[in-house]
Ligand binder design. Sequence first.
Ligand SMILES: C[S@@+](CC[C@H](N)C(=O)[O-])C[C@H]1O[C@@H](n2cnc3c(N)ncnc32)[C@H](O)[C@@H]1O
Length: 292
Amino acid sequence: MTDSPTAPEPGDRDPDGLIRRAGLRVDPDQDQHFLVDDRVLDRIPTYLPAAADRSHLLEIGGGAGALTDRLLGSLPVDGQLTVIERHEGYASFLETEFADAVDAGRLTVVTGDALDVELPPFTASVSNLPYGVSSEIAFRLLPEKRPLVATFQAEFADRMVAEPGTSAYGRLSVSAQHYADVEIVERIPREAFEPKPAVESAVVRCTPRDPEYEVANEAFFLRFVKALFTQRRKTVRNAIRNTGHISGLEEPEAVVDVADEGLLRKRPGDLAPATFAEIAAVALDHGEPTGE
Ligand SMILES: C[S@@+](CC[C@H](N)C(=O)[O-])C[C@H]1O[C@@H](n2cnc3c(N)ncnc32)[C@H](O)[C@@H]1O
C-alpha cells in the first residue's frame, strides 16, 4: 500500500510510514530509537495529569514525528507544540511533514541540542527521550515545575520512583522526588521501538508539587544528597565526614558534632528525602558550606 498523497489528520500517521518518508538512517548511536507501536504512541499523551494545561506542549527529540503527530492530535483548539530535535535532517523532515501545523502556528521545530537551546514557555512536556542524555534533560525540565511525561530506560525509571531502604533508592530518587510526584505509568517492551534498544523502557509521569519539607538552599541540598550517596554503605556520620570535597562543607566535623545521633547512625540509603533535608539544614548552619 502506498502512502496517501494528502496529509493525514494529526494523530493518524503510521509510524513506519513516517520513517519511510523521512528516508534517513535511524542511528542508534545518536539515540535514535523510534516508537513504532501505535497503541503505545496513542497512550503516551493521555498520561499527562488530567488537570495539566496542554496549551503549549514541549517535546524533546521529535525524530520522524510519530509522537509529534499524536501530540498535535491531542492539542486544544488554540494549543501549540514546540519540538526540539538535534538532528538537522529529522528537524527539517518534521517541518515538511507537518507543514500545515507549522503554517497554522501550532508547531514550532527548534533545531538544536535540548541541553543548550533556550526552552520555550511550555505548560507541559511529553517526550520519548534520547536515553544518552535523559538524566540531564530530566533535570533541566524538572525545576521548571511543569507536568512531565517521558520514556526512560526502565532501570533509570525504577531509580527515579524508588523508596528509601530499597536497592534502587539513591541520589536520583531523592532529586527527582524533590520536584515532583514521580510514577511509572507503563513499561514498554523493546519491540515497540525501531531499532530495538538494548533494554526495556518505562513511561514516567512527574506531577510537580512543593516538597513536604523546607530547603533553604536547593543547590546545597542537592549537592549534599549527591555527596552522601557516594558513601551509601557507610553511616551518615562517616558519609558526612568523608565527602566535604563533594558537598562543599568546610567543617563536616562540626556537623556531626551537633546532628541527631540516631540519624548519624543510619545509612544514606535508608533516609527519606525529608530526613536528608533535616540534616542538610544542620549542615548548612554548622558546616560552613562553600560554593553557590
Ligand atoms: C528516542 S528518539 C525519539 C524519536 C521520536 N520522538 C519517537 O518517539 O519515535 C530520540 C530523538 O532525540 C534526538 N536527540 C538526541 N539527542 C538529542 C539532544 N541532545 N537534543 C535534542 N534531540 C536529541 C534524536 O535525534 C532522536 O530523534
